[in-house]
Design a protein around this ligand. Structure first.
Ligand code: AVJ
Length: 328
């Protein structure tokens, strides 16, 4: 009997992450208009709040994606040609991944799982759990910021499916999204596929409710980014002096999420030796969440040398998982 263990490559240390945070915050807060990157929402408290968001009545994407994965994983796996390796970008606790892994196991192709995430702790735990749950599975994880180190993703064996779930690609601006898809394209060999989760365009009322829930959880999640700066950069943001704003921008086809200053105020960030002024009603963007149609996704793939090969939605048609492969 072969004893398998998880292997983990670490390309991002807490010190690296801190340097990136300092740089991003300095650039974002001195830009006009001010903005902060959404990746800094997710400290321990932010991850907890996001978890709570996924259970809200108004927030449908997580449930819709889970519906697709629970009902159609076997079909998705077959459409991707029964790959041996599953690479997952932003794997986290891999809650949804198990549906895909089980489909791979059931058709006998499962060999390697490659979780890629910025949190070493979570990736370590997920890897150890999966080695137990799927006897014989090789787990070769990677701790990195996949926007930077996509090229370091371990190869695994046989053909691969690279999954990027949760709709996180919606956080990227068109140019970033294009660059990201081109880099994915460069990773894909013959027979390999991308499995991408995207939220779909729907009426404004539902979209805005999903990002401004009645219980105020999303508002707290949004403001938590200020607490992250207080904790990690010695800042003195007063969270009560900002309010949550979530608007659907119909032209850009995306949710536009901001924090609006309720006062004329100065904020100090000790670790950056920086003082920043906010005017009354000044808005700072903290996130975009782009919504798609099948046509828009097909076009985005096209522009990056990829081809749409499969399209799977939930019964309500709110959310899609699409499969793509190198064009040609
Ligand atoms: C995790 C990026 C997919 O855009 O819907 C949820 C984050 N922000 N509510 C999204 C989020 C506010 C979420 N993603």
């Amino acid at each position: 009997m072969t004893i398998r263990t998880a292997r983990l490559d670490v390309h991002l240390t807490p010190a690296d992450a801190h340097v990136a945070l300092r740089t991003d915050v300095l650039l974002g807060l001195t830009a006009q208009p001010k903005q902060l990157p959404p990746k800094y929402f997710y400290d321990a408290r932010g991850s907890e709040l996001f978890d709570e968001i996924t259970r809200l009545d108004e927030y449908y994407p997580t449930r819709a994606e889970r519906e697709i994965l629970t009902t159609r994983s076997a079909e998705i796996h077959a459409a991707a040609g029964c790959p041996e390796t599953l690479v997952e970008l932003g794997s986290g606790s891999a809650a949804k991944t198990r549906h895909l892994l089980s489909a791979m196991r059931d058709c006998g192709s499962l060999d390697t799982y490659v979780p890629v995430d910025i949190s070493e702790e979570i990736t370590q735990r997920t890897a150890a759990e999966l080695v137990e749950e799927y006897p014989g599975l090789n787990v070769h994880g990677l701790v990195c910021d996949f926007e930077q180190h996509l090229e370091r993703v371990p190869h695994g064996s046989g053909t691969r499916m690279i999954a990027f779930l949760g709709g996180t690609i919606g956080n990227l601006y068109p140019r970033q999204r294009h660059a990201f898809l081109e880099r994915i394209r460069a990773l894909l060999g013959p027979g390999d596929h991308l499995l991408l989760g995207t939220d779909l365009i729907k009426d404004r009322a539902r979209l805005e409710a999903a990002y401004d829930d009645a219980a105020g959880v999303t508002a707290e999640f949004n403001k938590n980014v200020l607490a992250v700066l207080n904790n990690q950069l010695g800042a003195d943001f007063d969270l009560d002096a900002f309010e949550h704003v979530a608007r659907y921008d119909e032209e850009a086809e995306r949710m536009d999420i901001r924090l609006r200053s309720l006062a004329d105020q100065d904020v100090r960030l000790d670790d950056l030796d920086l003082e920043i002024h906010f005017g009354t009603e000044e808005e700072m963007r903290t996130e975009i969440s782009t919504k798609f149609t099948r046509e828009r996704i097909a076009a985005a793939y096209d522009g990056a040398g990829l081809e749409l090969r499969g399209w799977f939605t939930d019964a309500a048609g709110d959310y899609a998982l699409s499969l793509a492969a190198p064009a040609g």
